[in-house]
Design a protein around this ligand. Structure first.
Ligand code: ZN
Ligand code: ZN
Ligand code: ZN
Length: 281
């Protein structure tokens, strides 16, 4: 399984527009891995996790053919994860040609919110058969605890507690005997979530590290929580010696430039993802 990381920033991007804090200033000077687009990822060049505002351009930058994307797995509908403007360009009115069928998988709350965002752009109803035909997609609603098969992929949905109004999810995505946890945006892992995770041994794990250590403005994990979760998964065998573990969805708040973050993370047994990173598991 190939995983390409299209973006690793929180809603705010990195560096944050207009911000002159030390981290944003250093990030602008250093560039490279310090330039972060809003979080999304692609599995096997065909399964997009979150159609965010930067996803389409990131695909072009990192050699992913947008025209070949077959599946869209949405964690939730916040504007850093779903860009309705990109979605509506699938309309025949945009003179789009030879659309690859898109299977959209998300919670009912997320679909409902995406529908509102879509309607602000075009008069499309996400749940209507007419539009499913015109934009060539189907919609599969998933809820916490569901374990579904989509072609060769197994997808397990876990409540992320990040936004309960829209039933935000993190996902376990499996193909053959490879298991990935894509864990952003994440407020906390509940006992129920731990029970589900405990059934698997992961080949790759991604956690939300919106905030640095000792700094949490809410809604997400911080570096201390990522450390705690990674340790717990190691002790219980969910993370083994060969598991690749990364933090993503990074904001300037309490975090640092990439190299400093990587040094701290490596000391705690994980790594910091960067835009354009590609791993094979
Ligand atoms: Zn986010
Ligand atoms: Zn800043
Ligand atoms: Zn969010």
């Amino acid at each position: 399984m190939k995983i390409t990381i299209l973006g690793t920033a929180a809603a705010t991007s990195m560096p944050l527009a207009f911000c002159n804090c030390t981290v944003c200033k250093k990030a602008r000077l250093l560039g490279g891995k310090n330039f972060r687009k809003r979080a999304s990822a692609v599995i096997n060049d065909e399964l997009l996790i979150d159609l965010g505002p930067d996803s389409v351009n990131a695909c072009s930058m990192y050699g992913i053919d947008n025209g070949s994307i077959k599946y869209l797995l949405q964690t939730h509908s916040h504007s850093d994860h779903f860009d309705a403007g990109h979605f509506v360009t699938r309309m025949s009115a945009y003179a789009v040609k030879d659309l690859t069928h898109l299977s959209i998988i998300c919670s009912a709350g997320t679909a409902d919110d995406m529908n509102h965002m879509i309607k602000e752009n075009e008069d499309i109803d996400l749940c209507s058969k007419k539009w499913m035909e015109d934009l060539n997609y189907d919609l599969r609603l998933i809820k916490h605890g569901d374990n579904i098969e989509v072609d060769g992929y197994k997808i397990i949905a876990i409540d992320s507690r990040h936004d309960t109004n829209i039933e935000s999810m993190i996902y376990i995505i499996a193909q053959e005997d490879k298991y990935v946890l894509y864990g952003t945006d994440l407020l906390e892992l509940t006992d129920e979530a731990w029970e589900i995770l405990g059934r698997y041994k992961f080949d790759a794990v991604f956690f939300d590290q919106t905030y640095g250590a000792g700094y949490n403005a809410g809604g997400h994990l911080d570096a201390d929580m990522v450390n705690e979760y990674v340790s717990r998964m190691k002790v219980s065998g969910m993370i083994g010696a060969r598991t690749l573990v990364f933090a993503t969805h990074i904001s300037h708040e309490g975090n640092d430039i990439h190299e400093a973050m990587e040094t701290m993370a490596a000391a705690n047994g994980y790594h910091i993802a960067y835009d354009g990173m590609s791993i094979e598991i």
